[in-house]
Design a protein around this ligand. Structure first.
Ligand SMILES: N[C@@H](CCC(=O)N[C@@H](CS)C(=O)NCC(=O)O)C(=O)O
Length: 212
């Protein structure tokens, strides 16, 4: 298996957590996003989307972090990253999609590049945009966790799931942009619990070889 990744990519971090949690050994290929290596013809031949992550397995290339993690969960079911019950699975997927669909695309490299150029935003303007969408997204997570009351140590009771694989990298992004995380005590409590686990620690951006 080969993971195409970039240390700061939160979507790659989701997959790195899943691989580490399941103890799946793999090779890494590093794409430097600021240097636009993900847009090279060579990489587009691997992932036509020109985004990271991508996972090569058995001669096939998988893209989209949530699809990749669900594939890993089906192929390597233990320890599971989704609950057994369909209603609980829908809950976990909803949390994951709040991060992956509602927040992440608005704060992606290409989105920030585009608004910087098209609307003449400076760093302060970019930070305001970024923090706004983090606040919206973490607020959604917090309210949903509150309403559902299914979280305990992690988003789903005491079982690590895909939702945690999504929540933690999003909080890393929030820290990176110095967002105020005080209004999200439940999200932060889950983040702190996850960061006691080796898989979340070893997969974090600063521990990746391409971070050096
Ligand atoms: N929905 C995709 C998002 C992939 C994505 O946008 N990855 C970012 C890094 S986190 C990327 O490659 N950005 C490059 C760019 O925006 O140009 C997933 O979950 O895999």
């Amino acid at each position: 298996m080969k993971l195409y990744t970039y240390f700061r990519s939160s979507a790659s971090y989701r997959v790195r957590i899943a691989l580490a949690w399941k103890g799946i050994t793999h090779d890494d290929a590093y794409l430097n996003l600021p240097k636009s290596e993900h847009q090279s013809d060579e990489y587009r031949a691997v992932n036509a989307q020109g985004l990271v992550p991508a996972l090569e397995d058995a001669g096939r290339v998988l893209i989209q972090s949530l699809a990749i993690i669900e594939y890993l969960d089906e192929r390597y079911p233990k320890p599971p990253l989704l609950p057994a019950d369909p209603l609980d699975r829908a809950y976990v997927r909803a949390l994951s999609q709040i991060v992956a669909c509602e927040v992440h695309p608005l704060n992606n490299t290409r989105t920030l590049k585009y608004i910087r150029k098209a609307y003449g935003l400076d760093d302060a303007g970019i930070n305001t945009w970024y923090r706004h969408w983090i606040a919206e997204g973490l607020g959604m997570l917090e309210r949903y966790l509150d309403r559902e009351r299914r979280a305990s140590k992690y988003c789903y009771g005491d079982q690590v799931t895909i939702a945690d694989c999504c929540l933690v990298p999003q909080v890393f992004n929030a820290h990176r942009y110095e967002c105020d995380v005080k209004p999200y005590p439940q999200v932060m409590r889950i983040f702190d619990e996850c960061m006691k686990l080796g898989a979340f620690v070893s997969a974090q951006p600063s521990k990746q070889p391409d971070a050096q």
